[in-house]
Design a protein around this ligand. Structure first.
Ligand code: DGT
Ligand code: CA
Ligand code: CA
Ligand code: ZN
Length: 581
């Protein structure tokens, strides 16, 4: 068990103790220990053999040490298991509902002995929550909305989280000698912004020989972080990881690898449309093969390329397989030449220690050079973002100087002096025009007053776009995936104004933003709005998150020509001043 898993169990125990009405001192001791372990730089597993060292961790006493020993020895905590038995594991889902804390859950439990989502929702609909002490109609409505929000995002994961898990599973599987190839399919392969479950395809001897397959499954079960096996079948094993993510591993025969990859990559809508096309052409398409209707003789199945070719289609990249016109385009040889990561010549949204970044200008520049970029921009925050130590006019001017000096000193990359300036509530920008004019590029972003009416927000963004210093709008909708919805505004009005003013839109590659999203990006392209793909890095390591942005750009059918930071340095600099070639 790693620190995160241990902290998770302790947090849950604290919540369950609170629901159980235990004394606050005891509850706090579990929460404090969880916090301490979460923040620990080294793994508690490496310390556990030396009790003295564990007891030195603030918040961990003898009692907690005994708990930790139990968890390492038994793989579980008896108290946690007992509490879960009393209140049902469904109680833990309730705790994930926004605004539904242990106290309220406890209240509902003592009144109705209900501990699951459906049950609580039913009570709320029947008006049985508002009559409880300290509750009212307003709380009840809020609870209903929170349950809906939870349903929408529950069981989905950010793309980078899913990708990391898939990588770990693939590495583990490849350690088994009978495994040849491991290929993630499903929404992960299509690069969707969030992923439901992982679909992993395996080929090799382990798929052909029964004995080896059983051994392989025994090997899979040893995967660190595997919580429970859901299905152990002939050609498939499904399991759940700690944290809840489900994984389907399928064992394939090499003859049908392409057909299975095509099928399990999806999307479902793409597959349905493709199968209809196959039928019209006298074929059946399944996860095993493309075969003739009349005699079931297979004509393709080894590779996806064969299947698309037999269906008289150009190869359709996974990112486009959403049944959004890609099959038509593939038939007419009209699929776009999708942008790829190597097309990008610079990343122009990053922060440094001057505001809320973790690295210096020089460190960010070294990291950008390592990634092969020809240019970059330092774009720290403005003063409205006080908690990020944002720059006022004077500090912004000093920072420009520092950036220019670093640019002179460092060979191999052009460092543009930029700023991510806040769009204030009234649409004006947070720094003086005379300062903004001196920047090579200006990113204008909304970081406050998210709850304005759609009309106000639209006017606010329009005003920012019409400011002649604005080069592009940062993370234009402000959404935080699985956490916060986009603020409301008229996206079409904004895109029209952006096209007219030659102001670009950002595609922020941070996995919890991916903003603009694929749908909006495609609309932007159709309206002639240019895109800038950035990472919004606060650390050198964040620069690698660009790949998530590239995936979304591809899902939006973008080509190199749609994206400004594919341009050579001088042309890019002009584009930031509204001069497009
Ligand atoms: P997710 O997991 O919700 O992020 O999305 P997907 O696309 O990975 O969906 P999933 O895991 O349910 O299924 C994986 C792929 O398998 C899906 O993209 C297409 C294929 N598939 C699943 N069920 C069906 C089905 O009923 N009909 C067809 N044609 N394909 C299906
Ligand atoms: Ca899936
Ligand atoms: Ca699946
Ligand atoms: Zn920002």
């Amino acid at each position: 068990m790693d620190n995160k898993a241990i902290a998770g169990v302790l947090y849950e125990t604290a919540d369950l103790l609170e629901i159980d009405g235990q004394d606050s001192f005891r509850i706090r001791s579990y929460r404090n220990a969880a916090q301490a372990i979460e923040a620990l730089p080294q793994q508690i597993a490496d310390l556990i053999a030396e009790p003295k060292k564990v007891l030195e961790i603030p918040g961990i006493g003898k009692g907690m040490l005994a708990n930790l020993n139990e968890m390492f020895k038994e793989g579980r905590l008896q108290l946690h298991a007992d509490l879960l038995k009393r209140y049902q594991p469904s109680m833990l889902d309730l705790l994930k509902i926004q605004g539904l804390g242990p106290k309220t859950i406890s209240l509902i439990w003592s009144a109705y002995q209900v501990s699951d989502l459906e049950g609580v929702e039913k009570l709320a609909r029947e008006g049985k929550i508002q009559i409880l002490p300290r509750m009212g109609e307003k709380q009840e409505q809020k609870l209903l909305k929170a349950i809906q929000d939870y349903r929408r995002i529950a069981g989905r994961y950010l793309l980078d989280v899913a990708e990391n898990e898939a990588q770990k599973i693939a590495d583990h599987l490849r350690n088994f000698p009978g495994v040849e190839k491991v290929t993630p399919a499903g929404s992960l392969r299509r690069g969707r912004e969030t992923v439901g479950d992982l679909d992993v395809l395996v080929t090799g001897n382990a798929c052909i020989h029964d004995v080896e397959r059983e051994q392989c499954i025994d090997h899979i079960i040893k995967l660190p972080g595997l919580m429970e096996i859901i299905v152990r079948g002939e050609n498939k094993v499904s399991f759940r990881l700690r944290g809840g993510m489900q994984v389907d591993v399928r064992f394939l025969s090499p003859d049908s690898f392409g057909a299975a990859l095509q099928y399990f990559t999806g999307s479902k809508a793409h597959n349905v449309a493709l199968r209809q096309r196959a039928l019209k052409m006298g074929y059946t398409l399944s996860e095993y093969s493309l075969a003739r209707l009349e005699n079931e003789k297979g004509v393709a199945g080894k590779t996806e390329e064969d299947i698309y070719a037999k269906l008289k289609l150009d190869y359709i990249p996974p990112e486009l397989r959403e049944n959004q016109g890609e099959i038509d385009a593939a038939e007419k040889h009209a699929l776009p030449a999708l942008i790829s990561q190597t097309d990008l010549r610079g990343d122009v949204h990053m922060h440094t220690v001057e505001t809320d970044g973790r690295k210096t200008i020089e460190e960010m520049a070294e990291a950008a050079i390592e990634r092969g970029y020809k240019y970059m921009a330092i774009t720290d925050h403005s003063k409205n973002l006080a908690f990020a130590n944002g720059l006022d006019d004077k500090r912004a001017l000093e920072h420009i100087q520092r950036i220019r000096e670093a640019d002179k000193k460092i060979d191999g990359i052009k460092i543009f002096a930029g700023i991510e300036v806040d769009i204030l509530a009234d649409g004006s920008l947070d720094l003086s025009d005379s300062v903004l004019e001196q920047m090579d590029l200006v990113i204008a972003s909304v970081h406050s007053h998210f709850n304005q009416s759609p009309a106000e927000m639209t006017a606010r963004l329009l005003k920012a776009i019409e400011n002649p210093n604005t080069s592009f709008i940062g993370h234009p909708t402000g959404r935080m995936l699985l956490r916060r919805d986009a603020y409301q505004f008229d996206i079409d009005a904004i895109l029209r104004a952006a096209a007219k003013n030659k102001v670009a839109m950002e595609l922020n590659s941070y996995p919890d933003r991916l903003d603009l999203c694929d749908r909006h990006l495609r609309r932007a392209k159709q309206r002639g709005v240019k895109i800038v793909i950035n990472t919004d890095s606060h650390h050198t390591a964040h620069l690698d998150k660009i790949r998530y942005g590239i995936l979304q750009a591809r899902r939006a059918w973008l080509t190199r020509d749609d994206v400004l930071n594919t341009l050579p340095t001088q042309q890019f600099a002009k584009a930031m001043k509204h001069i497009w070639a």
